[in-house]
Design a protein around this ligand. Structure first.
Ligand SMILES: *[C@@H]1O[C@H](CO)[C@@H](O)[C@H](O)[C@H]1NC(C)=O
Ligand SMILES: *[C@@H]1O[C@H](CO)[C@@H](O)[C@H](O)[C@H]1NC(C)=O
Ligand SMILES: *[C@@H]1O[C@H](CO)[C@@H](O)[C@H](O)[C@H]1NC(C)=O
Ligand SMILES: *[C@@H]1O[C@H](CO)[C@@H](O)[C@H](O)[C@H]1NC(C)=O
Ligand SMILES: *[C@@H]1O[C@H](CO)[C@@H](O)[C@H](O)[C@H]1NC(C)=O
Length: 476
């Protein structure tokens, strides 16, 4: 469970600010109000604390003259107490062992760091021995007056956010509450979910269909501007490792809408794929996009409205709730009503076999502008989770133990456009616009921009698309 121990050193600055407040409220403004040297109070506290009785000045030292920083927590009175010479004039807020300890000492030991009799401190708050708190993805236990924490690498790394935001990398990073508290391993395990492309997929021939030559591709292109209402925005896969299903269903839905010229604009159901795709029964445990496209061709999907995402992907009753059969005339029909019984249309949508688009930037652009968004397989590194805005390029973690932090896994997204912008170091940079499946609160409203033309994070390595399978009666 725990990979080791590490002692958390909480900011001494915070401690000082907190002490300052205590000082003002007690020593100057209202001396001794919360404080008493009444030993009946001491004796009334629990035994556990009583063993520390009298160990204040003895533990953290005595200070010369009046010293406002010379202070320690006096737990029995829930206040602060002092061990400086000021105590000889006014004893109202001095530690109980001031006289016995500081007077006996010939030489005053140097004032060291405040010492707390028991338990641990955190942001000015006191915790009992044995308390457990969560520190991002690690849990810390107060033991022997120190926090001992598990040592997982967390998905959100505040140092990395700072590094990216203070560097000139062309993008900004952010702390996401949905990722806070997860380990990096969990992020890779639950938020991605596409198997590395199979040799079969990689050996697929690139389509060299002679698209009408576009000598002047626009500098800026967004699929949703050209086809308003026909393309589909990002969904949220949550902790379901199924980007294989989300990206495929989304590209298929856009292309069916574009190809049918707006006759069929429904988004397609990733849940249908997750729950029903036979060889991807991993479902939320990753899958392969070739199986997803196989399913779209052979079985077809219903709409997202008909078969919405389950709230709890881990529930045991997530069995496949949809099936289709052929009518013998090349069309398939659903054999079950929609799992969402408010939706009446259980129409089955199918696609042609998928094809591979060239990795050539210009060819990808031509494919998108003519036929619609495409699927891209990319490598996600740890920094990508923090992306907020700008043009993404992989930034390596600067952490000393960076080996532990450097990881990447395969993910699948949808490319929907491109552009050019003055980015890092004031240079003009080309980018792709891509839809992720981490919800709209992530990135630029669920989308991200990434460097174009340099195979950034392998984004141009494998580009997949397909045609909607429309019968003659479907043609507009
Ligand atoms: C000490 O505490 C007791 C009980 O709380 C109280 O009766 C007594 O007056 C206190 N003595 C001083 C000196 O505050
Ligand atoms: C990140 O966000 C979480 C949840 O909103 C918050 O609890 C945490 O303190 C934030 N961390 C940092 C370093 O800002
Ligand atoms: C789903 O259940 C499995 C097995 O019970 C568990 O290991 C996994 O952590 C769960 N996933 C989530 C996201 O809760
Ligand atoms: C990409 O394709 C275009 C034509 O579509 C060609 O002019 C260009 O040289 C190709 N780029 C590379 C790197 O092969
Ligand atoms: C993209 O990068 C990956 C990994 O470096 C490489 O395997 C692939 O061939 C590259 N693709 C192109 C089109 O440059």
């Amino acid at each position: 469970m725990w990979t080791g121990y590490r002692i958390l050193i909480f900011s001494s600055l915070l401690t000082e600010i907190w002490m300052e407040k205590q000082y003002v409220s007690q020593r100057q403004v209202d001396p001794g109000a919360d404080f008493t040297r009444n030993h009946t109070v001491l004796e009334g506290t629990r035994f556990k604390r009583a063993i520390f009785k009298g160990q204040y000045c003895r533990s953290f030292g005595c200070c010369e003259d009046r010293d406002d920083d010379c202070v320690t927590q006096f737990y029995e009175a829930n206040a602060l107490c002092y061990c400086d010479k000021f105590c000889e004039r006014d004893t109202s807020d001095c530690c109980p062992d001031y006289k016995s300890f500081c007077h006996e000492e010939k030489e005053w030991p140097p004032h060291t760091k405040p010492w707390y009799p028991e338990g641990c401190l955190r942001d000015g708050q006191h915790y009992e021995e044995g308390s457990v708190i969560k520190e991002n993805c690690n849990s810390c236990t107060c033991s022997g007056q120190q926090w001992k924490c598990s040592q997982h690498v967390c998905l959100i790394e505040p140092e990395l956010i700072e590094h990216v935001n203070h560097g000139d990398y062309g993008w900004t990073a952010q702390n996401y509450s949905q990722f806070w508290g997860m380990t990096l391993e969990e992020g890779f395990k639950y938020r991605l979910g596409t198997f590395p492309p199979s040799p079969k997929l990689l050996s697929m021939n690139e389509v060299t269909a002679p698209l009408p030559a576009i000598t002047d591709l626009p500098e800026f292109f967004v699929a949703s501007y050209k086809w308003p209402g026909w393309t589909h925005g990002p969904l949220d896969q949550k902790n379901c490792a199924a980007s294989w299903a989300f990206s495929t269903a989304s590209v298929a839905a856009d292309r069916i809408a574009i190809q049918s010229k707006g006759r069929y604009t429904a988004n397609l159901s990733p849940q249908n794929l997750i729950s029903c795709c036979p060889k991807n029964r991993h479902g939320c445990n990753s899958g392969s996009i070739d199986r997803a496209w196989w399913y779209l061709r052979k079985r077809g999907l219903v709409s997202h409205a008909c078969y919405p995402l389950f709230k709890d992907q881990n529930a045991t009753n997530n069995a496949c709730a949809m099936a289709s059969r052929s009518d013998g005339r090349g069309k398939r029909h659903a054999t079950k009503p929609c799992p969402n019984n408010i939706e009446k249309s259980n129409r089955i949508y199918q696609c042609s076999p998928p094809y591979r688009v060239s990795s050539n930037e210009t060819e990808i652009m031509k494919e998108i502008i003519h036929n619609g968004p495409v699927q891209a397989i990319m490598q996600v590194h740890e920094d990508f989770f923090h992306y907020k805005s700008g043009i993404y390029r992989h930034v390596t973690s600067t952490n000393e133990e960076s080996e532990k932090y450097r990881k990447f896994r395969t993910h699948a997204v949808k490319l929907t456009g491109w552009g050019t912008l003055r980015g890092a170091q004031g240079r003009k940079e080309k980018f792709w616009i891509a839809a992720n499946s981490w919800g709209k609160s992530w990135g630029e409203n669920g989308y991200f921009r990434i460097l174009r033309g340099v195979n950034e994070s392998d984004i141009e390595k494998l580009i997949i698309a397909a045609w909607g399978q429309l019968t003659s009666s479907d043609e507009p």
